[in-house]
Design a protein around this ligand. Sequence first.
Ligand SMILES: Cc1cc2nc3c(=O)[nH]c(=O)nc-3n(C[C@H](O)[C@H](O)[C@H](O)COP(=O)(O)OP(=O)(O)OC[C@H]3O[C@@H](n4cnc5c(N)ncnc54)[C@H](O)[C@@H]3O)c2cc1C
Ligand code: SF4
Length: 312
Amino acid sequence: MLPLPPFSVEAPDRLEPVLAMAGQHGVRLLAGGTDLLPSMKHRLFTPATVVRLSGVPELAGIRATADGGLRIGAMATLKQVRQDARVRQGWPALAQACATIATSTIQAMGTLGGNVMLDTRCLFYNQPAGWRESIGGCLKAQGTVCHVAPKGKGCYATQSSDTVPALILYGAELELHSRRGVRLAPLADVFGTDGRQWLTLHPDEVLAAVVLPPPGAMVVHRKVRARGAIDYGLLLVAVQRHGKGGRAVVSALGPAPVMVQAEDLADLPQAAWKASMPLSTHAWSSTWRKHMVRVEVQRAVAELSSPHLAAG
Ligand SMILES: Cc1cc2nc3c(=O)[nH]c(=O)nc-3n(C[C@H](O)[C@H](O)[C@H](O)COP(=O)(O)OP(=O)(O)OC[C@H]3O[C@@H](n4cnc5c(N)ncnc54)[C@H](O)[C@@H]3O)c2cc1C
Ligand code: SF4
């Protein structure tokens, strides 16, 4: 059993005090804690202060927007999102993505906001402190070398949020609050290229909600993982028709999801394969993961074309 490091807890009941603390040195925001707390046990983060978001009403709930879309509060749990009748009807791939995360107990604790803000992952990073010390750390934490690409200066830890690919294709925007005000940022535009700074958001910005436009073209979500439960994706894929062609988001291969478009839906699997460059951030072979991109996009295209699904 790994102990947590010592820290103090703030539990505000309004957003304003959260905005005053967010981004300050030694402060971390705590949503469901299903990723933050294990990371603290691994000493990846040792914040002096943890700010609990569960008492902040501005971050709670799921409500319809005036234009027929949905505003999902950042603190809505994955279980709430998965079970919401409006989500299941209008944005079913989001419900499916939530259902493939970890286990039902983690889905009852983990939030959509925490999932979107999830840290990138790597075989050499998501390990207990002693394990990492034995290899001298790495560029992302307490070291000077990347074990995945030792000659490089970058970090290739992978974006691993299950909900991100489908949310991008649904056109989701992030409602971001800071002391400077509120802004909406398209989710597709917030990813950086380095696993240490995987989001281009300002450190003091707090995610208040994920905003979905009215339902559009159907999205198919697919996940490849080692076991049928608990495991993070070795590959995440979402596919949607786009005009006469299609578009795909392929994730869990690098710091940012890869977006691919093809004028003919039949060309999408090959285009996605060409655009994907997995590195050895997982114990599983990169060659096999790249091969599976074509396989999974092909399967998603087949699902899109299935009369049963098209009727749904
Ligand atoms: C065994 C196990 C298996 C898992 N498998 C998967 C998986 O297959 N797929 C997957 O996607 N995830 C997986 N997870 C990770 C995690 O459970 C989910 O991603 C979950 O949705 C994270 O949400 P949370 O509320 O617990 O986030 P937290 O752990 O509370 O926070 C995660 C990060 O987001 C930041 N944050 C949270 N809320 C906000 C906000 N409103 N504004 C700004 N920053 C914020 C936190 O500061 C922290 O850095 C797994 C976790 C475990 C323990
Ligand atoms: S990709 Fe390299 S720097 Fe990034 S977490 Fe993995 S080993 Fe560390």
